[in-house]
Ligand binder design. Sequence first.
Ligand SMILES: [Zn+2]
Ligand SMILES: [Zn+2]
Length: 328
Amino acid sequence: MIQQVYSHPDIYRIRVDLPDNPLQYLNAYVIKGPSGNLVIDTGFNRPECKRALGQGLQELGIRLQSDTALFITHLHADHSGLVGLFAAAGCPVYMHPVDYQYLVDSEDGSTWKAAEDNFMREGMPPEEIRTQFSNQARTFSPDPHFPVTTVQDGDHLHLAGCDLQVIHAPGHTPGLCCLYLAKEQVFFTSDHILFDITPNIQVWYHMKHALQRYLESLQKVRDLPIRLALPGHREGDTSIVGRIDEIMAHHDRRLAEICHLVKCYPHSTAYEIAPHMTWSMRGKKWKDFPPTQKWFALGETLAHIEYLVDHGTLRCCEEQGCRRYDLI
Ligand SMILES: [Zn+2]
Ligand SMILES: [Zn+2]
């Protein structure tokens, strides 16, 4: 399903459904230019997404060849999964080097193994970690063997007849990049800012202080003049300031909630704290959460715990290979 979201330049959204995933669908954006095109993000490496993206491109009359570039906003498989299609057709692929390196490192499983070991130290039982092996982020991820043109914060890409500014916004992933059309004030937010769900913030093996970095990245874009914000999932909006303030308030509430829980349950592991947090999982209780959601929820809890430890509010002590937290 395609929808034109802007004219001059002509920007289209292809809705790529993500089956069995609470995100529901990915927004792949296409800028159709006079002598070339740009596609932003792809969907998972699975047949349903391939079909949806392919159909959308076909409706727009775009054949994958060297005059169509792909920009991958971040490493997550729902954004990068189908990069192989583009690479095989000779399309130039743009991405931040940190996230590209993650894709390469995850190929032999070492990135996942590091995350598993870390979650084990945070109290997640081994049998629950084993259930993660079918996580969609793993099973539908791309083959990382593709030539990439790396981008940095502040780069200007001249693609599809547009001047696109790269804005590196670490937090949701270490190398997430937004794109900004300054003249038109159109902002591709990717998963940095979403409007009816809150972007997930995790702990990262190679990026310390994920929540701190994320909050800084929100500030970084808060004053951008924006007429249209186009997010990676769900619907967009015309203004981001109000949404940024809501997201910041959400994280403040989460931090306060964790302090309260550590006070009620001193010397707990992150895995023991997580079930007591407020999660909006359609009324489901923690024990009924799908394994993937438990994984993301524990990661989110940990990102907030890390912030509180960094800011001298919580103390961590490791006992028999397990981390426990107390208020200072
Ligand atoms: Zn993401
Ligand atoms: Zn996403």
